[in-house]
Each structure stands twice: as structure tokens, then as C-alpha cells.
Design a protein around this ligand. Structure first.
Ligand code: IPD
Length: 275
């Protein structure tokens, strides 16, 4: 059923994301500058990440003064991750910052909205390829206004899957974790997957599952801002999702998810924040 309030929230967010897209596209056309590292030398941030997050938070809080925010760069700056019942915008200004820095056009501006801790809307926008993915609870998932659907692939040996070594985990989880990640890659190859991809952006990996180009995706150690917006788009394909769980394993079909899951050795991650 239509919810005029949430329709309005999404409409405003789409307007802000469009503005943010112009900013990112302009920066993408310039030589790379001012790259800083955060938690490790594989965790990058640029002036553009910060400017986009500021633009989105400033614009949304002006329209919705009582809404809360969880933003990747604000958290890096010391803000706590706190998901309450209040309408909360979960923002990754550029998911795929390493791609952005290396001018690889696979990035997503991600804006998710949770109300009472449940995802209600999500936008993932790649301003370089001009692919706009969006979804609203109960209304389906769309790319540039057209409905999208997950693939119907049921077997691993017919699937193209996305995985990521997630090298950012090395610092916290150490070498045993890396051995496990490499072994998992090997297991999926031996299980006969049709192809392995790693696009360098969790959000892009997820929306590519949502549109059926990729059959499944697995990664450990993600944050809610990497996945909230894209999870909404996937949820609209009927998948339950633990937003604060720091792990993504998603697939077009339950049988593929089950086969992939049993081929892997899983990593236990602590849940995020105070959810
Ligand atoms: C990163 C990307 C990457 C994933 C990392 C994320 P960021 O997000 O999604 O694919 O492997 O875990 O941190 O830092 O570019 O926003």
C-alpha cells in the first residue's frame, strides 16, 4: 500500500543523490588528489567521499530535522553507530572508494532508510555509468525506472558469483582469516562455479545480484553503510537480511544460497553498533 510519507522521503533522497552524483562525476574526470587512509592502508577516503556525505546529510537533515544518520565518514570521524527506532538514513557516500581513486567506474552512492530498525527504502547510484537502483518496501526494485529481478540459477556449476578477499579484514582478523578466505575461493572454483567476479564495491555486487547479472555474492566484514541501501533492493526480491550482521551471502535462489553456503567455511563476525 502507498505510504505518502515514505514516498516523500524517497523522492527527496533521490534529488540529493542526483546532486551528489554530479559532484562525484566531476571529481572522477579530474586527476586523483588528496587520498588519505583510515583504519589501514587499504581503507581509503578522499575529499569527495567527505563532500558527498556532507551534502547528503545537510540536505536530508534540512528537510527532515528529526531524522538520524549513520554515515561512513562520520563514523570514521568518531561518531557512534546507533540504530534506533527513529527514521535513520544509512549512507555510504562512495562505496568502492578504491575504485574511485583508481578511476575504475564501479562505484555506488548509497542511501538507505530504516524506520523502527527496518529498511524501508534504498538507493544505489553509479553516477559514472548512470545506473540508478532504487527500492521501497513493498513496491519492488528498479533500475533507471524499470523493474529488476534476481536470476533463477539454482546450481553453483551454472552460477557466476562475486566474492571478495576483503583484505581490510587482515588487520583485525589476521592471517588465519586470510587462509580461510583463499581456501573459500578455492572451494567455489572446485565446486565448478562458472565464473568468479570481484567488483570492489559491496553495493554494486549486491545490486548486480538484484538485477540477475550475478547469481550470488558472499563477503565478510562489511559495515551497515556498505550494504543497507543495496539490501533494501535485494529484500524487495524477498530475501531476509541482517543489516548489522557484517556478512553478506545472497543469491538469486534459495537452493543456490544453500549450496554456496555449504561449500564455504564461514567467519563469525561480531554484530555492529547498538542495534
Ligand atoms: C568497501 C567496498 C569493498 C568492500 C569493503 C568496503 P568503501 O567500501 O564495499 O567492496 O570489500 O569492505 O569497505 O570503503 O569503498 O565505502
Amino acid at each position: 500500500m502507498a505510504n505518502p510519507t515514505e514516498d516523500h522521503f524517497l523522492k527527496v533522497a533521490l534529488r540529493m543523490v542526483d546532486r551528489a552524483g554530479t559532484l562525484v562525476r566531476d571529481a572522477f574526470e579530474q586527476p586523483t588528489s588528496n587520498v588519505e587512509t583510515k583504519s589501514s592502508n587499504t581503507d581509503l577516503v578522499t575529499e569527495t567521499d567527505k563532500a558527498v556525505e556532507e551534502l547528503l546529510i545537510r540536505g536530508l537533515s534540512k528537510e527532515f530535522p528529526d531524522h538520524k544518520f549513520i554515515g561512513e565518514e562520520s563514523v570514521s570521524g568518531g561518531q557512534k553507530v546507533e540504530l534506533t527506532d527513529a527514521p535513520t538514513w544509512i549512507i555510504d557516500p562512495i562505496d568502492g572508494t578504491t575504485n574511485f581513486v583508481h578511476r575504475i567506474p564501479l562505484i555506488g552512492i548509497c542511501v538507505g532508510l530504516a524506520i523502527k530498525k527496518q529498511l524501508r527504502a534504498g538507493i544505489v547510484y553509479n553516477p559514472i555509468t548512470r545506473e540508478l537502483f532504487s527500492a521501497q518496501k513493498g513496491k519492488g526494485a528498479f533500475k533507471n525506472g524499470f523493474p529488476i529481478h534476481v536470476s533463477k540459477t539454482e546450481e553453483l556449476n551454472k552460477a557466476v558469483i562475486c566474492t571478495s578477499l576483503g583484505i581490510h579484514n587482515l588487520k583485525t582478523l589476521g592471517e588465519p582469516w586470510l587462509d580461510n578466505a583463499l581456501a573459500n575461493q578455492k572451494k567455489t572454483v572446485l565446486a565448478g562455479v562458472r565464473g568468479h567476479r570481484a567488483f570492489g564495491s559491496a553495493a554494486i555486487n549486491m545490486v548486480y545480484v538484484a538485477q540477475g547479472s550475478i547469481d550470488a555474492y558472499v563477503e565478510y566484514g562489511l559495515h551497515c553503510w556498505d550494504i543497507a541501501a543495496a539490501a533494501m533492493i535485494l529484500k524487495e526480491a524477498g530475501k531476509p537480511f541482517n543489516l548489522m550482521g557484517r556478512t553478506v551471502l545472497c543469491a538469486g535462489t534459495p537452493s543456490l544460497a544453500k549450496e554456496l553456503s555449504s561449500a564455504l567455511t564461514h567467519v563469525e563476525m561480531e554484530t555492529e553498533g547498538d542495534a
